[in-house]
Design a protein around this ligand. Sequence first.
Ligand SMILES: Nc1ncnc2c1ncn2[C@@H]1O[C@H](COP(=O)(O)OP(=O)(O)OP(=O)(O)O)[C@@H](O)[C@H]1O
Length: 592
Amino acid sequence: MSGAKKKTFDITHLRRVFGYAAPYKRKFYTSVIMAIMLALITPVRPYLIQLTVDKYITNGVVNMVIYITIIQIGLLLLETAMRFLFSFTTAWLGQAVVKDIRVATYKKVLNLNLRQFDTTPIGTLTTRTINDIESINDIFADGLVPIITDLLSIVCVLGYMFWVDWQLTLIALIPFPIIIIGTYYFRKSINKSFLKVRNAVAALNSFVQEHLTGMQVVQAFAIENTEFKKFDTINKEHRNANIKGILAYSIFFPLIEIVLALSTALLVWWLAGESLRLNQNQQGTMVAFILCLNLLFRPLRFIADKFNVLQMGIIASERVFKVLDNPDVTTDDENMVTDLPARLTGSIDFKNVSFEYVAGNKVLDNVSFAVKPGETVAIVGHTGSGKTTIISLLNRLYAINEGEIAIDDTNINRYPLQYLRRNIAVVLQDVFLFSGSVMDNITLRDPQITREQVIEAAKHINMHDFIMQLPGGYDFEVKERGSTLSLGQRQLLSFIRAILYNPSILILDEATSSIDTESELLIQNAIDTLVKGRTSIVIAHRLSTIRKADKIIVLDRGQVVETGNHRELLRENGFYARLYETQFEKQEQEVN
Ligand SMILES: Nc1ncnc2c1ncn2[C@@H]1O[C@H](COP(=O)(O)OP(=O)(O)OP(=O)(O)O)[C@@H](O)[C@H]1O
């Protein structure tokens, strides 16, 4: 906690946040100038009132009273205009900075290595790009800038008071330490509840998000009541944290009022005594000082609050900068291929590749195999043997630890990442669909792909009729994550996507779960169409695919234990033959 405290007002983060305001210099300076002007103008009103009462009302100079009243109205209008300009420019600046930081953060998140998503919960990244950045906005709108304005106003008002009557000022300020002590405890208390509320909100968010996503499990196992109790507990923590904050406000605000009243009473008492002692009228000073006290206390009421907002903003900025400074991004090799062919031919070479997701835990161990252009290779092996890892490495989703992967005899690190991935189409088992139309999900909103091309590709794998049966056809709105479509249908959509990209290499992760015979047939056809004329690596679960493959790579605990085609491997009567007996023979019997 002490570490967190030390960082509370870490000036480097603040400076960096303000660095984002650099492109908006004019707005920034307008805001600063307005802040100074507003502070300087604050004591003018009490001064004019004092002047009016002491000099003109007492002596009955009506003209001057009217004259000063007009000046007061003018001043008020000027102050209002300046306040508007100040509030607007500061809020504008905050929003502009937030927009820029959010764009930078999201860009960064998009380029982070996949490893980061394995270790950082999605909720955390969402909070960084949405909530934390919003808190940075508060530094401008409700934090540092208003604090500076308030402090400047306080200094100006105090300066004026001391200038008029330093003794009277000191008397009026006698109860002031109560405010300082009160502010100290108030700030501590609301700071604590702020943090608690924040944590409770985060807990509520992730709880609800996780349970809505996993609603099927919750309902299928009839654990609604247990889960509801957990929710209720978190919700109560949220309420309690909020109530503690409200309690602190309920004590602090009346305390300020009491201190203000005390200061005013002391002021009146002292001035009354002075008037009697000196036999001199002090009405002007009294009115001006009462006004000054109000001008002093008004910002004090909220300054502790603003300090907290500032602190939260700085903590949030530190978190956001941590994402922005994350060095784990895929960078292009210095020794880049410059003369890129329009299309790769698609030969693949894995040379002694080893890989670990977590240090010390080898998932692939010295894997070597070669695939000729146009060949279809099936990778088989028990669950967890490293099949998916192989395809993730080929696509450079993760960087390998040892060995080399080459496509067309060139290390894949030497191809620009975009180019490499454009040449490899991936069709996964569980196809992720975005909210949007079927068309959007096929083209991934690539404006270069026309509707006609999509329809042609769909017809190519006999999907057109199915899509046309959907309400709205290609404009059918896919609900979140595509839950309105079946697994097979989703995979078929991604087949269309793959056809459109016309890649040299196709990676296919066959669905393990059984799908209806109609979709099964469509998928079989689609696979046959897709693999034609391109290199294909299939994580195979169907015997038919394995049989058709030119080569089968058998994986066991991260090592290639056998390679060959179906017949050769069966003849060897080794690992594959046993795998065939346990996993695939049943499929053969079903077919027969
Ligand atoms: N992102 C990850 N972070 C850490 N470990 C991982 C990650 N992904 C996979 N692993 C581990 O790596 C090993 C190989 O996983 P991989 O997904 O490649 O196996 P697989 O053969 O494709 O399995 P399945 O047939 O069940 O999909 C497993 O032990 C798994 O626990």
